[in-house]
Each structure stands twice: as structure tokens, then as C-alpha cells.
Design a protein. Structure first.
Length: 371
């Protein structure tokens, strides 16, 4: 076993605490990574707040980046010394994985949210007792993590000059927002899009919409600071959510929106977005809603106009192809996601979370170790 330090989450009644843990021995398809950096995502905080069925206490963190230290006997995609970014895990054999759609893996829960490996065994221990981990197949709020062949992507040599504390968050929120635009909805050049919410996912969608050639690109948020940044990153128009959003969009797009993208999960805003769709318009949904929430929309308008409502997970991303594609866009200056990042030391994790929740930092990234 390998000793490590990890930030333990015990719920929202107490702060994350950095404590000693140990990692289990590697299985054949597993990879031990020395973590250099890890982004903080809203999903981590949803687990902290018991909004997702993930057991506590647990080591969270699912936007990890680091250096491979050891690989299992069946691992072929990386070797010790490789720089890697990590994302979600998947089974590799269900009907979704068989068609390169791992975000919809039939066994997503046991491979990502169960707190243990899919076979029920623990990856982490504390004081000799099993500790919940394997979050998104990594649990990267730690100095070391066990990852898997299916959720690790080797950083291409073309990105050697880009630090891992910049690349770390590419494996979740950035991937989700950009993938929704470029992969799931397949946004067409020249068609209008409105994006509700200018957090990490929304900002990634704005940058991707610019790559796709959408026009106009409308960003909606209640924070003027974020709207200013959205305009710098590609939004052609911005609307404060406290204004009359519907009237403003109908004025800008009298024939309707080609695409509406919601990152808020607020049902009334989603219904608003659906009502603004043009014929054959697509509403893409990624926001985490309350499980009891429902949507109401007019069936005739939906069916008659060929409009579509699409739930999207992880941007429909196939990790081994899409993450390098996003890195290429970054290197070419088309996807400047480093503009969203604020860095914090590992022991500042609770301050980083506060910065995320009060909106002063769009994407906090923990610096856990030197490369």
C-alpha cells in the first residue's frame, strides 16, 4: 500500500480535512497517479450537500491531473512518467460504451459514485479501515490516486509547455460545456444560441459556440462580472437574468433560437428556453435539477416544429478523442479556458470552495504538488 494525504469530505456540517490515507494495491487495469492539481466542480459540492447518492465520508475530486507512477499489468495506454488528465470512469462493455458513448454507461453508478470499485472492494483506507473513494474512478483531492485505463488520458507531447495545473479541469466541466455544443447538439454555423448560466460549463459552451460559428451567441447570467468575461470569450450579446430575458431574445432572434443550452437546472428557466426554440431547434440540458422537479411544455409546438429537448451528460464525450481535441483548440487560442481558473494551494481547499460558491472564481484549481 502507498501512503498519501487526502481531503476528507464528511458533509456540509464541517470543512474538508486533509488527513492521512493509504491506497490499495493496483488491479491489472488500474493506474496510480501522483496528483499535481485538481479542479473543484459543482458536483463535488453536491455530494458534500447530500444531493447525490454518494456515501460519506469520502475523498472527492474528479478533475485530477498528474504524473503516472505505476500501472497495472493490463494497462496499455500510459506508462510511468506520463503526464495525464483524468475524467469519469465507465465499464467498457455495455451497449453505450460499445458505441463510444461512455457518458451514458449502463454501469455509471458502480464505477463512479459507489465509493468503492465496481466489484465492491475499496481503493482507499484510513487507519486500516476502508474509506470511501473511487469517486469518478479517481478521488483526486489527494496527493495520490488510483485511476483506471478507461478514465485516464495521456497529455499529448504538443502540450508539454502547458502546466498540469492549467489542464486539470478539462476532464469535467469544460468537457461538458464544449462537448454539448460540438458533439451532442452539433451546433451549426450561422444559427443563434442562448446559454443560460455563465459558470465553467456555460463559459466552455460559449467558447465552443464561437468555434462552431454560431451567431448570435447570447449569454445569460445574474452576475455582471461573469457576463463581461462571457463577452470577452465569445458571447456577442449578454443579458442579465434579472431582466426580461424572453423579450430580449425575441428581439434579437425573431424566428427563434437554433439552440438553447441550460446549465442552471432551474425548471422555469428550462421551460423559458424551450419556448424560444425555432423550428428544429434543440434545447440541451446539463444542469442538476432537484429529483422531484418536472417540466411542462406544449406538445403540439414541440412536435409540430420538430423541436427537441436533449439531456446531455459529460458533453457526449469519448475521452480519448475529445480531450486531446480540446487541448488542440486551447493551444491554437480558440479555447482559452485558463481565463476561468483561480489557483489555490491544497490546504486552501475550503477557501477555494468559498470562492467558487460566492462566484469570485469561475473555476478553482488546487495546486497539490509540483510537477
Amino acid at each position: 500500500m502507498i501512503s498519501a494525504k487526502a481531503a476528507i469530505c464528511r458533509g456540509n456540517s464541517q470543512p474538508f480535512a486533509i488527513e492521512d490515507i493509504t491506497l490499495d494495491a493496483l488491479r491489472p487495469d488500474e493506474i496510480r497517479v501522483r496528483i499535481v492539481a485538481c479542479g473543484i466542480c459543482h458536483t463535488d459540492l453536491a455530494v458534500r450537500d447530500a444531493q447525490l447518492p454518494v456515501p460519506l465520508p469520502i475523498v472527492l475530486g474528479h478533475e485530477g491531473a498528474g504524473i503516472v507512477e505505476e500501472v497495472g499489468s493490463a494497462v496499455s495506454i500510459v506508462r510511468p512518467g506520463d503526464r495525464v488528465v483524468m475524467s469519469f470512469n465507465s465499464c467498457g462493455h455495455c451497449p453505450s460504451c460499445a458505441v463510444d458513448a461512455p457518458t451514458y454507461c449502463y454501469e455509471f453508478f458502480p464505477h463512479n459514485w459507489s465509493g468503492v470499485r465496481a466489484d465492491g472492494s475499496a481503493t482507499l483506507f484510513q487507519d486500516g479501515a476502508p474509506m470511501n473513494g473511487n469517486f469518478f474512478g479517481q478521488s483526486a483531492f489527494a496527493t495520490h490516486a488510483i485511476a483506471h485505463q478507461r478514465n485516464v488520458v495521456r497529455v499529448p507531447d504538443t502540450m508539454d509547455s502547458v502546466p498540469l495545473d492549467i489542464l486539470a479541469p478539462i476532464g469535467c466541466g469544460l468537457m461538458t460545456g464544449a462537448g454539448a455544443i460540438l458533439r451532442a447538439m452539433k451546433v451549426r454555423a450561422g444559427l443563434p444560441i442562448a446559454i443560460w448560466g455563465a459558470g465553467t460549463v456555460g463559459m466552455a459552451a460559449i467558447m465552443a459556440a464561437k468555434i462552431a460559428g454560431a451567431s448570435p451567441i447570447i449569454a445569460i447570467d445574474i452576475h455582471d462580472m461573469r457576463l463581461d468575461l462571457a463577452r470577452e470569450l465569445g458571447a456577442t450579446h449578454v443579458i442579465n437574468g434579472r431582466d426580461d430575458v424572453v423579450s430580449r431574445i425575441r428581439e434579437l432572434c425573431p424566428t427563434g433560437l437554433g439552440y438553447a443550452f441550460d446549465t442552471t437546472g432551474v425548471n422555469k428557466l428550462i421551460e423559458q428556453a424551450v419556448s424560444l426554440l425555432a423550428p428544429m431547434g434543440i434545447a440541451g440540458l446539463v444542469g442538476a435539477s432537484d429529483p422531484a422537479d418536472t417540466l411542462t411544455f406544449n406538445e403540439s409546438a414541440l412536435m409540430g416544429g420538430g423541436r427537441r429537448i436533449m439531456g446531455i451528460l459529460g458533453g457526449d464525450s469519448d475521452l480519448q478523442t475529445f480531450l486531446p481535441e480540446l487541448m488542440d483548440h486551447y493551444r491554437a487560442g480558440r479555447f482559452p479556458f485558463d481565463r476561468l481558473i483561480g489557483h489555490f494551494e491544497f490546504d486552501e481547499i475550503n477557501e477555494a470552495i468559498i470562492a467558487s460558491e460566492n462566484g469570485t472564481v469561475v473555476k478553482p484549481v488546487l495546486r497539490i504538488a509540483e510537477e
